[in-house]
Design a protein around this ligand. Structure first.
Ligand code: NAD
Ligand code: UD1
Length: 350
């Protein structure tokens, strides 16, 4: 049987690059579309190297999703069997400062993509949603049926895109769509060759800890020590990026095998909650580095405890996260210590 062709938007980014590698290793042919707004072509080069022989099945197009003409050229170049849509802006604070940028990039980008898919008869989609759609959840673990809300423009783009997907599937039953709600992706490929390389000051916990460990920042600010949790700090469901990438392979399998799927949503998490201080302790153990802490007040908009119910993904996608917190910290440190400046250099980050 001929290899399936998958278009991956945002495939040069953190989660995208790990997923592309796994797709190649599973025998898929992949075309990445990315404008490199928050990533580097070096990630693509490293994925090709890591994939060995299968690296020849990857091609890259530097295209902004909102560029209809260029995007249609990509669709005209090949018949795609499915699209995995990672591309988007994701910094919550920035989305509050620049809402139009987020609505334009994430919503217009997605609509342009969906129009191109329709025009070219490709109606299978996996979309990167987020646990942010649960807001401050009324109960944990978060099941897929919990009420949804958006606390900021970034989260609102995820909610709106989820709704758009449900609407187009209702209007045309040929569409098969899986919405994946990621919890907190961390870690890196065990090779240490690809990982997360955020531009500017990291918003998320693990990249910040990593930059303290390599000496790029002096201390980690702990946002909130008075939560009703085991040690007073916020609790989240951290998931190894390699497990997350596996979840996409499982989702594609479902799209190709299940004729009745429609538009379905799945959480991708581990089902376990870990506090900020527990992560710090695990990272110190994995790296042998001391992480100086500054205790501070809560970060506006932060929930207290968020972790996933993983039952639906386990039953229906036959997928389950395999890595624990120590492996996440080990692989994060392996990537960080080999690439203290990510894909760049001190100059590129100044
Ligand atoms: P990332 O920034 O590393 O990757 C996103 C990629 O999309 C980047 O390479 C960027 O250059 C590209 N991109 C952005 N806008 C584009 C456009 N208009 N046209 C073409 N390319 C564009 O982010 P990531 O962590 O890999 O996240 C991937 C997806 O998963 C995003 O949609 C994000 O919102 C979602 N998500 C991420 C997390 C997380 O913690 N990392 C959690 C939940 C959901
Ligand atoms: C954040 C986003 C969420 C997004 C998710 C994954 C907010 C309000 N929410 O969620 O929309 O889907 O990232 O990209 O930004 N922490 C510190 N110090 C830091 C950074 C974080 O103590 O420097 C704490 C936070 O208070 C939280 C935990 O670490 O308790 C995890 O934070 P983070 O990595 O930003 O993820 P989320 O808060 O889950």
């Amino acid at each position: 049987m001929a290899a399936k062709n998958i278009l991956v938007t945002g495939g040069a980014g953190y989660i995208g690059s790990h997923t592309v590698l796994q797709l190649l290793q599973e025998g898929f042919c992949v075309v990445v579309v990315d404008n490199l707004d928050n990533s580097s072509e070096e990630a693509i080069r490293r994925v090709v190297q890591l994939a060995g022989d299968a690296g020849k099945n990857l091609s890259f197009a530097k295209v902004d999703l909102r560029d209809k003409e260029e995007l249609n050229k990509v669709f005209a170049s090949k018949k795609f069997d499915a699209v995995i849509h990672f591309a988007g802006l994701k910094a919550v604070g920035e989305s509050v400062q620049k809402p139009l940028l987020y609505y334009n990039n994430n919503l217009v980008g997605t609509i342009t993509l969906l129009e191109a898919m329709t025009a070219h008869g490709c109606k299978k989609l996996v979309f990167s949603s987020s646990a942010t759609v649960y807001g401050w959840p009324k109960q944990v673990p978060c099941t897929e049926e919990l009420p949804l809300s958006a606390a900021n423009p970034y989260g609102r783009t995820k909610l709106v895109i989820e709704d758009i997907c449900r609407d187009i599937q209702k209007s045309d039953s040929e569409w098969k769509i899986i919405l994946l709600r990621y919890f907190n992706p961390v870690g890196a490929h065990p090779s240490g060759c690809i990982g997360e390389d955020p531009h500017g000051t990291p918003n998320n916990l693990m990249p910040f800890i990593q930059q303290v460990a390599v000496g790029r920042r002096s201390a980690l600010t702990v946002y909130g020590t008075d939560y009703s949790t085991k040690d007073g700090t916020g609790v989240r469901d951290y998931i190894h990026v390699v497990d997350l990438a596996d979840g996409h392979i499982a989702a594609l399998g479902k799209l190709f095998q299940d004729n009745c799927i429609g538009c379905e949503v799945y959480n991708l998490g581990t089902g376990k909650g870990t506090s900020v201080l527990e992560i710090v302790t695990a990272f110190e153990k994995a790296s042998g580095k001391k992480i100086p802490l500054i205790m501070a007040s809560r970060r506006p908009g932060d929930a207290e405890i968020v972790y996933a119910s993983t039952e639906k993904a386990e039953h229906e996608l036959k997928w389950r996260a395999k890595h624990g917190i120590m492996e996440m910290c080990r692989d994060q440190w392996n990537w960080a210590s080999r690439n203290p400046w990510g894909y760049g250099s001190p100059e590129s980050h100044s």
